[in-house]
Design a protein. Structure first.
Length: 107
């Protein structure tokens, strides 16, 4: 599954982690009533997201992340789940590996 984390590079809009978690849960067919009532509670949404992934094998592409704080709540915390994060920035947090790539040629 893919989550695009920088909706508009031109406008520099970035979705909040809660918004991205809701979109991911909806894509996994979570019932709307299952979402936490407090729409700004990142911790409650993160717990729900990670518990929904429990027992699944899941690869999540977090595309074009701006910063670690945007990504951290989205990282699956269960065995069998993995996240691949792409970013234009260079940053690391504990437990991650940085793999750099050169720019692709036009051909």
């Amino acid at each position: 599954m893919r989550a695009h984390l920088r909706r508009s590079a031109r406008l520099r809009t970035v979705p909040a982690p809660v918004e991205t978690i809701c979109e991911l849960l909806e894509a996994l067919d979570a019932p709307p009533g299952a979402l936490p009532h407090d729409g700004d509670d990142v911790e409650a949404h993160t717990v729900l997201w990670r518990s929904d992934l429990f027992g699944r094998r899941f690869l999540l592409l977090l595309d074009d992340a701006r910063e670690a704080d945007q990504v951290h709540p989205l990282i699956p915390g269960t065995p069998g789940c993995m996240a691949l994060v792409t970013s234009r920035e260079r940053w690391l947090w504990q437990g991650s590996d940085l793999v750099g790539f050169d720019c692709c040629s036009p051909s």
